[in-house]
Design a protein around this ligand. Structure first.
Ligand code: ZN
Length: 257
């Protein structure tokens, strides 16, 4: 009797073990299916993101072309000035906290355009919104439109010394016309006490090297300097800056209309 009971118990145990094995196999199969599903999903998401990115790149490539086509619309007034708000889109330029260079550049350029147009000049902008435009496209745009002046607006940053502040006006090495334009701008800016000024400098910038007309790049101030950074975000200071920059640009070539 005892032998038969032992055998039955043994058979029961074997059955239980087989059941457990079957369950484990079923779990493993389900796990495998789940893993394959996750892998497929992540592949689909990744390829979707890649497609989106390549689409953005195509769009960016068209932006330069779109801008060059704008020359069909003849701007009224004289002289013809191309204003260039530095950076844009994913290229934010320099920054301090939430203050982004690309935004300040565009705000100042818009105010400067208004000042120049009010004075009778014709103004074209390399960018009017938060889009990325290639450096060569910016210069080419000014060349294609036979602009008489090219003015690029940027903000500076000094990592080593937060005390450094002031506006700087850069021109291409060897360009006497660029140098004269830079000097006129600095003269006008220096007459406004509110604006710190660091004078004219030679600059090796693509937009200066590729443009054919008198061209300057104005670093309107340092975002690394707390007080100057705050001023640069203020509407009234931006207007002051725009007024003085316009005065400097137009000081030797008065608008005809
Ligand atoms: Zn910049």
């Amino acid at each position: 009797m005892a032998e038969r009971q032992r055998r039955r118990q043994l058979q029961k145990r074997r059955k239980r073990i087989r059941r457990i094995r079957r369950r484990l196999k079923a779990y493993a199969a389900r796990g495998l299916v789940l893993a394959v599903c996750i892998l497929l999903c992540s592949l689909i998401i990744k390829s979707g993101m890649w497609l989106l990115k390549s689409h953005e790149k195509v769009e960016e490539a068209f932006q330069g072309a779109r801008i060059l086509e704008n020359k069909e619309e003849e701007p009224k007034g004289s002289p013809l000035i191309v204003l260039d708000a530095g950076h844009g889109g994913r290229d934010q330029g320099t920054s301090a906290g939430k203050t982004l260079e690309k935004e300040i550049n565009l705000e100042v350029v818009n105010k400067l355009a208004e000042e120049l147009r009010d004075a009778g000049a014709a103004v074209l902008l390399t960018r009017e919104d938060d889009t990325k435009v290639g450096l060569e496209d910016r210069a080419e745009y000014a060349n294609e439109n036979n602009a008489e002046f090219f003015v690029s607006i940027h903000c500076n940053f000094c990592e080593e010394d937060a005390g450094v502040k002031g506006l700087e006006c850069y021109y291409r090495d060897g360009s006497s016309e660029g140098e004269a334009l830079a000097e006129r701008i600095i003269q006008a800016v220096e007459s406004e006490e509110q604006i710190s000024c660091r004078g004219t400098r030679i600059g090796d910038f693509r937009v200066l090297n590729k443009t054919k007309m008198p061209a300057v790049l104005v670093e309107i101030g340092y975002l690394s300097n707390q007080s100057e950074c705050r001023k640069l975000t203020e509407e009234s200071y931006q207007k002051q800056l725009a007024k003085k920059l316009a005065e400097g640009i137009l000081s030797t070539v008065p608008p005809s209309s």
